[in-house]
Design a protein around this ligand. Structure first.
Ligand code: ZN
Length: 350
């Protein structure tokens, strides 16, 4: 709070002095004029996993349960949906935004306050990019269904400069493994075009196969080892596993050992699970020596607060060093995305 207050005062005084000195010529304020405000930006953060969604993307407004230490139990699979709907055991809920504008503007407000740059995918990504071209890194969502763009269309969209990242690949929700032949032309294209790619491997909604629309979800598709032949076939592919393949820690460590180019993001783990469960998973990756390939992600959909909650969990983690926090929040993603020096400087306010 204190920092924010100081920032506000400095912005005001900088603008005021610009206005004072420029008023005789009625000169417009230029970016260089307000450089002083940039120098007090918080250290930058890259969110590798955001969604630019419509507020009604899930049909009905959904409360989001965070940092859960126990999950509901169902008598049978058939009763799971009803059990989940009636569940009252959630201790901390956050509410969704009600309009498309609120989802975007409240997300942007947090991004500005915390100096966040986000890899965003979803229906509204072009609008979000147009509204905040400096902070949104557009990514092309892939659902593994008939509405996906063909490989040729993907090539054109990338050539037009509309997307810098490919993902989230949501094949797991359709029961499609990453080594399925349907994905092969996309892997080939992304390797050829040097486009980073993120694939969902990890938690879907709990009990997903017993819910309408997710009948094909299977636990075995959490396995990151399903990526192995893809990585061998396309060794120049720049791939990150979204949700860090939770809970397959042993398989993940084996994969990260054998394939040193694979990164992970910690989205949803950092907000949905108890702090102890998150710490335990993250610590195993870091203690194995792979802390330089872990990246922050919020999985923001219609709950902008997820950004604040996840970032705070990392910033306040007493089991992480200052360097590990910076690596997770920025440095690893900047390296993975191959950001230019100019872009990195700009994120730091230089
Ligand atoms: Zn996901």
């Amino acid at each position: 709070m204190k920092r924010l207050f100081v920032t506000t005062i400095l912005i005001y005084s900088a603008l005021f002095s610009v206005a004072q000195t420029s008023s005789p010529n009625n000169r417009k304020i230029k970016n260089s004029d307000i450089k002083i405000t940039n120098q007090i930006l918080p250290l930058p953060i890259i969110d590798m996993h955001m969604h630019a969604n419509k507020a009604d993307f899930a049909g009905t407004p959904l409360a989001y349960c965070i940092q859960r230490d126990e999950w509901p139990v169902s008598a049978t699979g058939t009763e799971w949906l009803e059990t989940a709907m009636k569940d009252t055991t959630c201790k901390r809920k956050i509410m969704p935004q009600k309009t498309d504008e609120d989802v975007m503007n409240k997300t942007f407000a947090i991004m500005k306050r915390r100096n966040v740059y986000g890899v965003a995918s979803g229906r509204l990504v072009e609008q979000w990019k147009a509204a905040s071209p400096d902070r949104i890194i557009p990514s092309l969502l892939y659902r593994s269904d008939k509405n996906d763009p063909s490989p040729d269309s993907v090539r054109k969209l990338i050539q037009l400069g509309k997307y810098r990242v490919f993902g989230e690949i949501m094949a797991q929700y359709k029961g499609v493994a990453p080594n399925d032949p349907s994905l092969d032309p996309y892997w080939a294209l992304l390797e050829e075009m040097n486009i980073p790619v993120g694939i969902h491997m990890g938690p879907t909604p709990m009990g997903a196969p017993y819910m309408p629309g997710w009948e094909n979800v299977r636990a075995r598709l959490h396995s990151p080892l399903l990526l192995e032949e893809v990585l061998i076939k396309y060794p120049r592919l720049r791939l990150y596993i979204m949700h860090a393949a939770w809970p397959m820690i042993d398989e993940l460590l084996a994969l990260m050992w054998v394939h040193p180019q694979v990164y992970v993001d910690i989205s949803s783990l950092v907000t949905d699970f108890s702090k102890t469960a998150f710490k335990s998973y993250l610590t195993k990756i870091i203690e194995s020596g792979f802390g330089n390939r872990v990246m922050y992600g919020s999985d923001q959909m219609v709950w902008p607060e997820l950004l604040d909650i996840g970032i705070e969990t990392i910033e306040k983690a007493d089991y992480l060093t200052a360097k590990q926090k910076r690596d997770i929040l920025y440095n690893n993603a900047a390296r993975f995305l191959q950001l230019s020096e100019t872009e990195i400087k700009r994120h730091h306010g230089n």
